[in-house]
Every structure is written in C-alpha cells, then in structure tokens.
Design a protein around this ligand. Structure first.
Ligand code: 5AD
Ligand code: SF4
Length: 471
C-alpha cells in the first residue's frame, strides 16, 4: 500500500524524468467481461480515460454504459473544486449497493482525488469495498493491479511524478478529433490550484514523439488534433533540447493535419512568436482559451498569476490584432478570499473591454494544502453567488453578440455527430470553436463542410449545409 504525501508533492524533486514505453499488458482473462467508466473534470482526464479504456480492452473487457450489467467500474476523478468530490462520494454510495448484489464487482478509483492524502485515507477507512485506488502518476499500473485480483484493497498512489510513458494503446472516443498530450503536470503554483500537487511537476514529451503521434493520427484519417497540457505554452521549458511551444506548433502545422487546437495557455508564457505562428498557419485554428481568473491586479497577485490586469489586456489586444477573426474564451474565479466589490467590478470592467467569446466561471473553492486555503475567507456564499450570476449574465450577452456576427456568413464546420437537437440535425464546430447545429448534413460526419449560418443563440449557432450547384 502506498499513500500519497501532499508535503512531498509540494516539493519539487530533482528526480530525472524517464521516457519509457507503456506496459500495454495483453490478456484474455476478462474476455467476456464488461467495464463501465465515468470521467469527471477536465480534458486531461477525458484523455486519461482513453488510456484507461486501452488498458481494460487489452485485458479483454468491453465497454458498457449499463451499470447493472458491468463487472468492473472505473471512476476517473477530479479534485479541482470541492463539488467534484461530492459527486464521486455520492456515486460511491450507489456502487456500495451494487456491490451487495454483485460481490465480484471490481471497483477502481483513479485520477486526481486519490492524489490528496486525505481522500486516499478516507477511501481506505470508509470505503473498503473499493478494490483498487490508483493515482495520476501510475495509470499504467492499472492492468497489473487488476490482474493481481487481490481480495484486499490495493492502494498505489505516488506523490512524486514518475515517468513519461510513450506508445500507449488508447481507445479514443472519436475517429475525427484526437487529444494529444504534449506535457504533464504544472509548475505555475497559482495559489488556489491543486493541480501542481495532483499532477506533479511539469514534464514535457519529446517533440519527435508528439509529431510522430500526430502523423499517425493523420494517416488514420483524423482531421483535428488538440494539443493538451495544463499550461501548454510552457512546453519545453523543462527539457534540455531548447525548443518551445512556438517551435512545436510550427512543426505540428507542418504535418499537414487539417485542424490544430491547443489547451490551456497561460498569459504569462504567451510569446509574440507564438502569436505569429498561429497567425501564419491556416491549419492552426484561430481560437485561444486564455484564462483571466480575475480582473483585479491585487487579486491576481494574491492568486500568484504573474500578470496584471493591464498586461492581460495588452496581450489580449495583441492577439486580436494579429490573428484575424480569432475567438478568445477565458476562465474566471469569483469570490477569491479578500475580493472586494471593487475588485469584482474590475473583473466586470475587463470583461467589458475584452468582450470574450465565452467563459467558464467558478466560485472559488478552497483546496486543502494550497496557499490560498490558508487565507481567511470572509465573503458569504450569497455574495459569491450574486457575483457569479452578474458575471454570467454579462459573459452570455457578449457570447450572443459574437454569435450574431456569424449570421448569414458561410463557415467551415467539422461535423462530429448527431445533434442533441434531433430533427436529423448534426453538430460540429467552426474554426473558432463555435458549436453549430446543422441541417441537411447527415452524411457528412467526419467532414469539413461549408455551412450557411441561419441563427445565433448564446451557446450555439444554427446552420444549413451549403450545396454548390454546377452551372
Ligand atoms: N476554485 C475555483 N476554481 C478553480 N479553478 C482552479 N482551481 C480552482 C479553485 N480552487 C478554475 C480556474 C482554472 C479552471 C480549470 O478551474 O479558473 O482555470
Ligand atoms: Fe492550476 Fe495555475 Fe497550473 Fe492552471 S497554471 S493548472 S490554474 S497552477
């Protein structure tokens, strides 16, 4: 049994990162068995679940969406805010009942939550029916842990980041768009954020491995890749090779894959060279997610964000000026400890200046072990909720304003699947990451097609496929 140590995770070690081949254990032991997986949290977790699916299918399991018929459950968890925890513990209550009916059910918990020592201890003491607990640094051990078939609870979670695994067998959710990890972990230590503890220090993958993965995806017919990392534009800073995110982007663009996206960028690491490369390459999409977090320089300082309000606005304007038609979205936290009404007004002021295309907005949630959790928080929940509501109304009004600019234009849309809107509609995304529900395009899944935009709402557009008639 190995329990994580938050204090150890807080220290950065000199342990050299090793690049090693994934285990990819193959067995037919679970040939007729089924697995159910639930993923919480960010895109990084979504992609980790594709790795977990690869591990399980290599052992013979097949996926099911029906909990009642499953032989194994994996919860891939998130720790970014307290409510993520609540959802997982709630679901565990359901699984406890299920296990009474089916004592052979194998329950596994992985991802960010077990990286917190308090959670690992709770799982040990209060949830003994959970069979396997693993962390973010040893997903690759899941196969051998399942094969061990121990009746005792197995907890293997490491506080210190280990290796960068290459050549994993992913089962990807899509055949059209693919996630490509370019780095793991984060060295920024924003004071509210638990990620540097749960995901460890920054470890970039080697550029040649990333390029090879993109080339292989292109050969398999993928149209789009999204380069993934907690802080993508710090890519390479931890490597000895002297290359950075701009160089990586340029080389990914050279593979000729049709659409390239990347998340998430930190304003502090955004260089002019990156902006030029995004502007210059048609296959790098004009869409940037650029978290602001707060519009008050005082709060930004307390958050450890390394930029001021004015520096953010200057960067924002520079990107808008140099990348034609770019859309920019953001993340904002309200109710950080000591955020006064004036600080909040400054956030609204920045939103009014930048007029973001969209934003993910959150109420601050104190996370154990982070520096901000030690600052006394005197703002009531009622005030925080009011601020969130006001902010959302403003953000949504700008989203709608931007979306309306698309009406009557023809946009290139990558069609991904059947739309939730029914009526034989399909959905896809513009280059600028606007969701479009499209009519007359049922046979175009997986294709880039021209779409005439007919209507705009705050969160989506409607459109019709353009059919060119030959004279
Ligand atoms: N409380 C609220 N929001 C948070 N985020 C990260 N940590 C916290 C926290 N403790 C938000 C940030 C980040 C996004 C992924 O989640 O806005 O950009
Ligand atoms: Fe968390 Fe800041 Fe790193 Fe983003 S950059 S993952 S907010 S510490």
């Amino acid at each position: 049994m190995n329990l994580p140590d938050l204090n150890q995770a807080r220290m950065r070690t000199d342990k050299k990162v090793e690049f090693i081949d994934a285990k990819n254990i193959k067995s037919d032991k679970f040939e007729n068995k089924k697995y159910f997986i639930r993923t919480y949290g960010c895109q990084m977790n979504v992609h980790d679940s594709e790795e977990i699916k690869g591990i399980l299918e290599n052992l013979g399991f097949k996926e099911t969406e029906n909990l009642v018929e499953t032989d194994l459950v994996v919860l891939n968890t998130c720790a970014i805010r307290e409510n993520a925890h609540d959802k997982v513990f709630g679901f565990l209550g359901r699984l406890k009942h299920l296990k009474k009916e089916n004592p052979d059910l194998i329950i596994c918990i992985g991802g960010c939550m077990p990286q917190e020592s308090s959670v690992a201890n709770i799982l040990k003491e209060k949830y003994p029916f959970v069979n396997i607990v693993f962390g973010t640094h040893n997903i690759n051990d899941l196969g051998s842990m399942i094969l061990k078939e121990s009746k005792k609870q197995q907890i293997e979670v490491y506080s210190i980041e280990g290796n960068v695994y290459e050549h994993m067998d992913y089962i990807r959710d899509s055949k059209i768009t693919a996630w490509v990890n370019i780095m793991y972990g984060c060295d920024k230590f924003c004071t509210y954020c638990i990620v540097p503890f749960t995901r460890g220090k920054q470890r970039s993958r080697k550029m040649e491995e990333i390029i090879k993965e993109v080339e292989d995806l292109k050969k398999e017919g993928y149209i789009e890749v999204t380069l993934l990392g907690q802080n993508v534009n710090a890519y390479g800073k931890d490597l000895e090779y002297g290359y950075d995110f701009a160089t990586l982007l340029e080389n990914v663009a050279k593979t000729g894959i049709q659409r390239i996206r990347f998340v998430t960028s930190h304003p502090w690491d955004f260089t002019d060279e990156m902006i030029d490369i995004i502007a210059k390459n048609d296959n790098i999409m004009p869409y940037i997610h650029l978290p602001l977090q707060s519009g008050s320089s005082k709060i930004l300082k307390l958050m450890g964000r390394r930029y001021t309000k004015d520096e953010y606005i200057t960067l924002y304007n520079k990107i808008k000026e140099k990348v034609p038609g770019v859309s920019i979205t953001t993340d904002i936290i309200v109710g950080f400890p000591n955020e006064t009404e004036e600080d909040f007004e400054e956030t609204l002021e920045v939103v009014n200046k930048c007029k973001f295309d969209g934003a993910f907005t959150f109420i601050y949630s104190p996370r154990e072990g982070t520096p901000a959790s030690k600052i006394k928080d005197s703002i009531s929940l009622e005030v925080k909720e009011k601020r969130l509501h006001k902010l959302n109304e403003l953000i949504n009004s700008y989203s709608l304003e931007h979306n309306k600019e698309y009406v009557d234009k023809i946009e290139e849309v990558l069609i991904l699947g059947a739309s939730e809107k029914g009526e034989n509609k399909v959905y896809g995304y513009t280059k600028t990451m606007k969701l479009v529900n499209v009519s007359n395009a049922q046979h175009d899944i997986g294709k880039l097609i021209p779409v005439h935009i007919t209507d705009a709402k705050s969160f989506s557009l409607d459109g019709e496929k353009v059919i060119f008639v030959k004279n």
